[in-house]
Design a protein around this ligand. Structure first.
Ligand SMILES: [Zn+2]
Length: 427
């Protein structure tokens, strides 16, 4: 089950035209961001995915059992909406969702529990229930290459009426598959978290940052961040990385045979008219490689991953410049996530703490705050003698004083501040 991925404007683009029940259109996500989001997912997120998959199972089963091609066509397009929603939830669900849908469809079409597809689609899970062991007849059969037409053909393929008992058994099987897929997805998450923690450690080390791209990739491989293949090439001692990511060039529109016979200038003109776009894409066929591919890009581009000083989560610092290669190159200490039930983000909490720290360390600010509290108290208790307008005037001038003095001139500041206050309150 191959999918094409490419890089465009610092984003990963999953190029899909509905193949294997995947997204109908290209799906883009920024390099790194979704990856760290995935690494910090919790129990509730996985339950959300379980809900999505339960609804999806319900949709596909309803479609298969409804017996009307018109209705099935409607369900077909609703399915793509679900797929898109789930991709938005996390792009790393891509291969899992495709596998789930295909298993449901082919189980209905063949009347056999199609667990063989899990292995064919490289989802390594352990099936406990012997009832669901893979059927030998299907082990050797290779699956059709799926384009949007073949998907549809399988989707609307006629089946015998499904009894209530049979329906119940199918649902039980699909739920088992759903849970196996989610378990595997969760395993990927833990594994990814470990890798990102390593990257976080290394990416903030200036020695590592200054390595050439090649040396850096070699180092990360040596520390098993990717776990790609090292190949020892004999007879030389060199070790090289086999990145496994096969690249190829694809185009969206083709030239006709007549057009190809034309002169170069004319062909160029037609290419421009037809806006033929050629793209380098990478072939990926399983969720593990989808994640590895992105980690590879993170390291190649020298992105930093920071650990939030407030909540301890990993995050990629926001880009401060439009240059993609500058991404993550700053020392942002706090992430943008909401912190517990404070309603504030770690960044906001960080800013508050910083101000508090500053006040604690500055005698001028301490003095100013003390006087501010005293004057505010007087205004509050004697609103007629010390009016709002006067208090505001006082505080504006007090702020100006505060900003013109520094901690070395604290005694002078104290005198000036007292003098100012005396102008507004003389009792
Ligand atoms: Zn945080």
């Amino acid at each position: 089950m191959l999918s094409n991925f490419t890089i465009r404007n610092n984003k990963i683009v999953l190029k899909n035209d509905g193949e294997y029940f995947g997204a109908l259109k290209d799906f883009e996500y920024p390099i790194g961001d979704k990856l760290y989001e995935f690494a910090i997912m919790d129990f509730e997120d996985f339950e959300k995915l379980r809900d999505y998959y339960t609804q999806l199972i319900d949709l596909v089963c309803t479609s298969k059992e409804c017996g009307s091609q018109d209705k099935q066509m409607d369900f077909y397009f609703v399915m793509f909406q679900y797929v898109k929603e789930i991709l938005k939830f996390s792009p790393y669900t891509h291969f899992y969702t495709q596998t789930l849908i295909d298993i449901i469809i082919k189980t209905y079409n063949s009347g056999v529990y199609r667990t063989d597809l899990l292995f064919k689609y490289k989802i390594p899970v352990f099936i406990e229930n012997p009832k669901y062991y893979q059927d030998e007849r299907f082990e050797e059969i290779s699956e059709d290459e799926y384009v949007v037409e073949t998907c549809l053909y399988n989707w609307i393929q006629k089946i015998d009426k499904v009894s209530k008992k049979q329906h119940k058994e199918y649902i039980e099987f699909f739920y088992t598959i759903r849970d196996l897929l989610i378990d595997n997805f969760m395993e990927k998450k833990s594994d990814l978290k470990r890798r990102l923690e390593l990257i976080s450690e290394y990416s903030n080390n200036s020695l590592v940052r200054n390595l050439s791209v090649e040396d850096r990739i070699y180092l990360y491989e040596a520390k098993r961040v990717f776990d790609l293949y090292y190949v020892n090439t004999k007879p030389s001692h060199s070790v090289f990385l086999d990145t496994k990511f096969t690249s190829k060039y694809i185009y969206d529109t083709e030239l006709s045979i007549q057009e190809k016979r034309l002169d170069v200038e004319d062909i160029l003109k037609i290419m421009k008219e037809k806006t033929i776009k050629v793209e380098e894409v990478f072939e990926i066929d399983n969720p593990e490689d989808q994640i590895r591919f992105e980690i590879f890009k993170v390291i190649q581009n020298n992105f930093t991953i920071n650990k939030c000083e407030n909540c301890g989560r990993l995050f990629i610092p926001a880009t401060t410049s439009n240059n993609p290669y500058q991404k993550g190159r700053n020392d942002q200490k706090y992430c943008n996530n909401l912190y517990k039930d404070t309603g504030k983000t770690c960044k906001e909490i960080g800013a508050l703490n910083k101000r508090k720290e500053k006040v604690e360390n500055s005698t001028i600010l301490q003095e100013y705050n003390r006087e501010y509290k005293r004057m505010h108290g007087l205004h509050y208790n004697h609103p007629k003698d010390f009016k709002e307008k006067e208090f505001k005037e006082w505080s504006k001038k007090a702020r100006e004083l505060r900003d013109t003095y520094n901690d070395e001139k604290i005694e002078e500041f104290k005198i000036k501040l007292k003098e100012l206050s005396a102008l507004y309150w003389q009792k």
